[in-house]
Design a protein around this ligand. Structure first.
Ligand code: MIG
Length: 662
């Protein structure tokens, strides 16, 4: 089912956990020459995968990179975002052609030219020819994913409360802000499970510190909020502030735990705290040390974290700034024309996330020195691993929420991811929709986007429509950047419509959690493109704005401004479930074929496959207070296999499934 082909001396990434011997056969499907792998596609070949990337679910026609990048503008011209997810499925089966999965295990920059330079050629290239390539076969698209997932290990499991609604903002600056958010949701009677703390909860952006002035008696705040059923989730940034007297910095410096420049000095870069250093997460001892620091916060009652800036993001480096000033001097000597003016203007802009910097510091990984750029894509992954290993050491019986911005395949075992700094744009509802199934292929199941959009200003209609997708993603978080318009569900006047929709999410939590857990435990996909469920349906194959969610549901969110509804393709007879403006649900039959479905802003429509059921419970104020006895089954099936557990166990099994009948 899976074959491994090793070229020269690849760097070990830990992405694959199964013990697979390298095959002595020649690599099938591809022609291998000059650090490149070439595959010839037919006109009908579809190419799936690449996890968190822009553009279509079928990735054909563009050039992508596996290179973790802090890029806050997710437009179609981008080649990579925060994750490097080098898994593809090539499919031309329904036309009698090939079908196989392929994973390129390579921790540095890798390019996927998928019919961009030449329409019929897929070219995968790396700088060095040291790489492990895995070819994965399977009887169906879904089976190929399962076979791949079985070699990369089981996906991270979030605690059940993290399936509730979560509110974030950069930043809630004070304790009073946090309480105000909770009160406002309470007043609107909108359920809420968590409030996020962004970098301003810290003292001068120093990891593992708390600003006592703005968050006095933090531990009490944590337990007070928990008594109200709401968890606080603080952010942790990758870089550590350079500051005498700051224990994390001083300990790390004394022990030589930070990444070094070529002379062996700590490599200093600028991120939020100003001058910072990078903990060398790839070194086990450093990972353990940094991971143990999370205990400072878990000891105060914190049960979840998000890891940020771990591509790692670099605003500037000390050396880069020196070089830039020298360059600027040159411009002072000449009389600027248009071209030299733009060059001059860019001198500082070019400093951020520069290749010079990524080539200028080193890691100590498995006892060997590596230039950062040679293992670039492992950095965020090992930060997440260091946190997750620490949770397992200190809190082995309870899950801790962990999700990261940067990732590589392998990181899916240690945490979820969110898709980073999107915009409050209509097109970004659709971007999120397309990212979800591709991420599931690569093992990232606990995932979602910043609902409402991170950058830019959100409007009432946009947030309502965004909810119609996000209520189905495991990570269900509203987050927004500093300086943007308030984006909480109570920030747009009347809250009733938001309440009905968020209530529906809670009514769906038994289903969402159950389907997510089954997907994790079976190495399966929670969210799928239609083509994965209806392989022989030529129409379904190219539908990229509808998704399958779990075993029973198909969604078709409205994602365009001013629309009264949308066209939906129904691939087989289904039950249509509609959330009405008054919060009630209406069930009706809908036949296979094309339909225009009216969906007002304050309504949600989704579909249940024939012969299947969806369990819906009563609304609840938070996940913990969901009453499973209130579950009723919708759809034409007779029963539903409900997975249920205490929401915390770290040893879940499929034995926790009970069959509930109508
Ligand atoms: O340079 O911590 O993606 O979610 O709010 C921006 C501030 C740093 C980027 C994250 C975003 C977060 C923000 N961070």
């Amino acid at each position: 089912m899976v074959k491994k082909f090793t070229f020269n001396n690849p760097i070990y990434t830990g992405a694959v956990v199964a013990d697979i011997k390298a095959s002595s056969d020649t690599l099938p499907y591809f022609e291998h020459k000059n650090n490149s792998f070439l595959y010839t596609m037919s006109d009908t070949t579809a190419v799936y995968g690449l996890g968190e990337a822009v553009r279509g679910i079928n990735k054909r026609g563009w050039i992508y990179e596996g290179y973790c990048s802090d890029d806050p503008c997710h437009t179609e011209d981008k080649r990579s975002l925060y994750g490097a997810h080098n898994f593809l499925i090539i499919d031309d089966k329904s036309n009698g052609g090939d079908r196989f999965g392929v994973f390129f295990d390579y921790p540095a920059r890798i390019t996927f030219d998928i019919g961009y330079t030449d329409t019929s050629t897929l070219t995968v290239s790396t700088e060095k020819d040291d790489i492990d390539v895995y070819i994965i076969e399977g009887e169906s698209l879904r089976k190929i994913v399962k076979n791949f997932r079985s070699i990369i290990g089981m996906s991270y499991i979030a605690p059940k409360w993290a399936f509730g609604f979560m509110q974030s903002r950069w930043s809630y600056f004070t304790k009073d802000d946090v309480i105000r958010i909770a009160d406002s949701y309470k007043e609107a009677n909108i359920p809420l499970d968590a409030i996020f703390l962004d970098i301003d909860y810290m003292e001068r952006y120093k990891d593992f510190t708390i600003n006592d002035e703005r968050f006095p008696d933090f531990e009490n705040l944590v337990s007070y909020m928990k008594s109200r059923g709401i968890r606080l989730v603080p952010i942790i940034d990758a870089a550590v502030k350079v500051e005498d007297g700051y224990d994390v910095y001083e300990e790390g410096k004394a022990k030589g735990y930070f990444c070094k420049d070529e002379n062996g000095d700590d490599y200093i870069v600028g991120v939020w705290p100003g001058k910072t250093v990078f903990p060398d997460f790839l070194n086990d001892e450093v990972g353990k040390w940094f991971g143990d620091k999370y205990k400072l916060l878990t000891d105060m009652g914190i049960e979840g974290f998000w890891n940020d800036m771990n591509e790692p993001a670099i605003f500037y480096s000390e050396k880069g700034v020196e070089r830039a000033f020298e360059e600027i001097e040159k411009y002072k000597q000449i009389s600027l024309d248009a071209n030299t003016f733009f060059d001059c203007r860019d001198v500082f802009a070019k400093l951020s996330n520069s290749q010079e910097d990524y080539n200028a510091f080193y890691h100590n990984y498995n006892g060997k020195k590596y230039k950062h750029n040679d293992i670039h894509n492992l950095y965020g992954y090992f930060m997440t691993k260091s946190a997750s290993d620490s949770f397992a050491r200190h809190n082995p019986d309870k899950r801790t929420l962990m999700f990261s911005r940067a990732s590589y395949i392998g990181a899916h075992r240690y945490g979820g991811i969110w898709t980073g700094d999107n915009h409050s744009w209509w097109s970004h509802i659709l971007l999120c929709l397309k990212q979800m199934p591709s991420l599931n292929m690569c093992g990232f199941l606990y995932t979602g986007c910043d609902m409402g959009g991170f950058n830019g200003n959100c409007t009432r209609d946009l947030l309502l429509r965004w909810l119609s997708l996000s209520i189905f993603t495991p990570l269900f978080r509203n987050h927004s950047a500093c300086g943007t318009k308030d984006q909480e569900c109570f920030a747009f006047g009347d809250t009733k419509d938001f309440k009905n929709i968020v209530d529906l999410r809670y009514r769906l939590v038994p289903y969402i959690y159950s389907e997510y857990m089954k997907a994790v435990l079976n190495n399966d996909m929670y969210i799928r493109p239609l083509s994965f469920d209806y392989e022989n349906d030529e129409m379904a194959k190219n539908i990229e704005d509808q998704l399958m969610v779990g075993e029973s549901i198909m969604i078709a969110p409205v994602y365009t401004q001013n629309a009264n509804g949308r066209y939906v393709y129904i691939p087989e007879n289904m039950t249509q479930l509609k959330l009405n403006a008054d919060g009630t649900l209406t069930q009706s039959k809908i036949e296979k074929g094309h339909h225009y479905i009216n969906v007002a802003l304050n309504e949600i429509v989704f579909f249940i496959k024939d012969g299947y059921c969806v369990p819906l419970c009563d609304r609840a104020d938070n996940v913990e207070s969901i009453d499973e006895n209130s579950i009723k089954l919708y759809g034409t099936g007779k029963s539903y296999e409900l997975y249920t557990d205490d929401g915390y166990t770290t040893t879940p099994t499929l034995d926790s499934i009970k069959i509930i009948g109508k």
